[in-house]
Design a protein around this ligand. Structure first.
Ligand SMILES: NC(=O)c1ccc[n+]([C@@H]2O[C@H](COP(=O)([O-])OP(=O)(O)OC[C@H]3O[C@@H](n4cnc5c(N)ncnc54)[C@H](O)[C@@H]3O)[C@@H](O)[C@H]2O)c1
Length: 246
């Protein structure tokens, strides 16, 4: 029998109000983890159908105060942090000439700065007990430039991949594992905004000829954070139905 070893672990999941983050929180709840759930959408988070005893934190993770607040509330409730799965992110579809400085900054702050701040803060907490697991979310757009995704989206997700390698080199000797997951096209509120034509194009460019339900990403993220992936470290995993094959 395969054991995840996640029962009783303190797991912080971001973007937990919907999509992949919510699916991840549900899987971790089923494993018996102790959950801190974070999202900037406080109403969505309150309404999320997941573990009643989870700590729900409304925070904007795009800057240091929000990240510090989320980490501090988690430690205040549970005393430590064992797992970080960072799903929160935003997506934009502007064409290259239309990308403004404001869009660049917003996307980089939510997708990349948050990943840096959370990883930095999580490592400091996890090193105290010499154990921890971190999963950051990139995107197939880091590999391909994206189908509709804007330049800052693709750049931010490529940045997450490099950040993962840097943190892996630093934190591995401290007993902390970190990996990056690059989802392919996934059926969540993030992609609901796309036209039927864009969705059909994404499906047709995926050899499995479909998008993933969020659970197919969440399952891999949870495995990466579990004892099952105990020697997987500094890796970038493509979960994309063959849309990009390295
Ligand atoms: N859905 C896809 O096809 C796809 C493909 C590749 C990568 N991804 C990545 O996977 C991750 C999860 O995507 P999803 O499809 O579940 O997205 P989603 O839009 O369905 O959910 C994202 C969640 O993040 C939250 N969030 C956004 N900005 C935030 C902030 N500043 N602070 C805190 N929370 C914030 C949102 O409120 C939302 O609940 C994202 O990083 C996304 O870029 C998704």
């Amino acid at each position: 029998m395969l054991e995840t070893g996640l029962a009783g672990r303190v797991c912080l999941v971001t973007g937990a109000a919907k999509g992949i983050g919510l699916a991840t929180a549900r899987l971790l709840a089923a494993e018996g983890a102790r959950l801190a759930l974070v999202d900037s959408d406080g109403e969505g988070l309150a309404a999320a159908d997941v573990a009643d005893d989870a700590l729900r934190i409304t925070a904007d993770l795009s800057s240091r105060p929000g990240v510090e607040d989320a980490l501090a509330q988690t430690v205040a409730r549970f005393g430590q942090l064992d797992v970080l799965i960072h799903c929160a992110g935003i997506y934009r579809v502007s064409k290259l000439p239309d990308v403004t400085d404001a869009e660049w900054d917003a996307v980089m702050d939510v997708n990349l700065r948050s990943s840096f701040l959370l990883a930095q803060g999580a490592v400091e907490l996890m090193r105290e007990h010499g154990d921890g697991r971190i999963v950051l979310f990139g995107s197939f757009a880091a590999r391909t430039g994206g189908l509709r995704a804007s330049a800052p989206y693709a750049a931010s997700k490529a940045g997450v991949e490099g950040l993962t390698r840097h943190v892996a080199a630093y934190a591995g000797p401290l007993g902390i594992r970190i990996n990056c997951l690059h989802p392919g096209f996934t059926e969540t509120p993030m992609t609901e905004i796309l036209s039927a034509e864009a969705r059909a194009e994404a499906h047709s460019r995926t050899p499995l000829r479909r998008g993933a339900p969020p659970e197919e990403q969440a399952t891999v993220a949870v495995v990466l954070a579990s004892d099952l992936a105990s020697f997987v470290h500094g890796a970038t995993l493509d979960v994309n139905g063959g849309m990009y094959m390295a």
